[in-house]
Design a protein around this ligand. Sequence first.
Ligand code: AMP
Length: 395
Amino acid sequence: MPARNILVINCGSSSIKFALVNEDHEHSAISGLAERLGSPDAQVHWQQDGNKQSLMLPNADHRAALAQVLPLAQTTAGGQLHGIGHRVVHGGEYFTAASKLDHSTIAAIRATAPLAPLHNPANLLGIEAAIKLFPNLIQVAVFDTAFHQTLPEHAYRYALPESLYRDHGVRRYGFHGTSHCFVSQRAAEMTGLPVNASSWLVAHLGNGCSTCAIVNGQSRDTSMGLTPLEGVVMGTRSGDVDPNLHGHLARTLGWDLQQIEDMLNKNSGLLGLSGLSNDMRSLEQAREQGHAGATLAIEVFCYRLAKSLAAMSCALPQLDGLIFTGGIGENSALIRSKTVAHLTLLNLALDELANASTVRGVAGPIHAHGHPRVMVVPTNEERQIALDTLALLDA
Ligand code: AMP
């Protein structure tokens, strides 16, 4: 049987990211972004074989943009497109794995929208448009939360009145599941350990950041919670704060809920602390030039990340390795070094030469000889979504 092709789609409220993944190839044959959908400036950009192209699509909506993208993918796949994998942010407790899309799964994704009011409705726009355009192609939803449905109850429950969980689904769900799953499986492959007999800590550090404890291929704890705001410091999200902050800001400054949520999600994290940028590259450059805010943002980021990893270690029977991934985790030797320096009680130490040279897509070990394993493993969420889609095609 020739290698199969899956189109992976990730819809936001005004954008669609896409990539064509062939099961035999690590890198996608074509990938791109349709953005500013619904506005006069709507356009789609894509790259193929190193060539970049763009097309203006004034006022195109999700369906009009997909009507351009799908034939592009079909042609690139030589007419052999086998399925479409859709990234969906929140699967609640209903979805413990990827699921074929039909009327009942679409209804369940819609029913989960109160838990992800910005994301799930946007994901559904893409799903419904793609099904209308390609009614005969198998389409699959792959959830950011599903990998974490193996968390034990003592890890997923908040210490809140039981009725909030029972009647309203208030619990910890976790996100970045496709990435945590992909890199832990890849780390097991790279080290020759069986996935079902290995224990990992993962730090996924991109614009959003989260940590995860993975035992025998299953998520046992993770830093994000009911929403992606909980946990470590991120680009513009605060991560953990005292929950009484809401009341304090409302009473002392008269802020309403929208203002508080916007501040915590959009103006905090690295951006809020530094007063400069949410982008780690800019902060590292500013720190070198003595910028106090950038220096502090990096210190807080690394200390809180190390604290979260130490907390995650409670879920592990042994440590087979700490994995760094995501744009920061894959590229920033400084952040890896500063974070590991706070983890000497776990006996972690880096080989600084290996750390400095393991960047820009390179995978490999970076720990000092005689210390527990620390690795850099580039993530590939599109590939994991395609693999989950293929598994359902085979089922
Ligand atoms: P992602 O969301 O995975 O694309 O990651 C985005 C983050 O990775 C941003 O904060 C970038 O500044 C950061 N990043 C990308 N390349 C580097 C680099 N060479 N050094 C430090 N941070 C980087």
